[in-house]
Design a protein around this ligand. Sequence first.
Ligand code: NI
Length: 181
Amino acid sequence: MSYQIRTYGDPVLTAQAAPVDNVDGKIVRLVDDMFDSLVDSGNGIALAAPQIGVRKQVVVWDLGEDPLAIVNPEIVESDGEWVYDEGCLSIPGLYVEMLRPKQVLVRGVDLDGNVIEIEADELEARMFQHEIDHLRGVLMFDRMTPDQRKEAMKEYRRMEREAEAAAAPQRRPLARRLGLQ
Ligand code: NI
């Protein structure tokens, strides 16, 4: 089942997600829902459970090979520096060139309950850093320099206003039809 992606301003995105004690059928269903939601989002490569409103430490991703999932992921090592034009499904439309480590070693649990380690580089490493941040309630804005944050916030507010203005003419006739004010 597909869920709407929560966007900036929703408190679930700034909350700490809980570790998963037991990888059971509920978690497998959650992962399925996360894949459905990721596919429906159109342009995402990865999703963290809080982005569909679930405060659990689960991440799914699809970099064009197999769709995969990891539970309770953490970064145990990181190295190097890499700049990437980073975006977020929860901050739609905003892309900011951000510097983060180039390589990471991620440890977590797979859907069979086995501890796994993944060595990731460049885009895959960036994806893990971004999604694991979501599990800690950390968003791209929190990783920006103060100047970047100021600019990005201004740009995002501008896009939000444009989206609201574009949606408004469709809402009013419907409200009138239903007799609402
Ligand atoms: Ni994101």
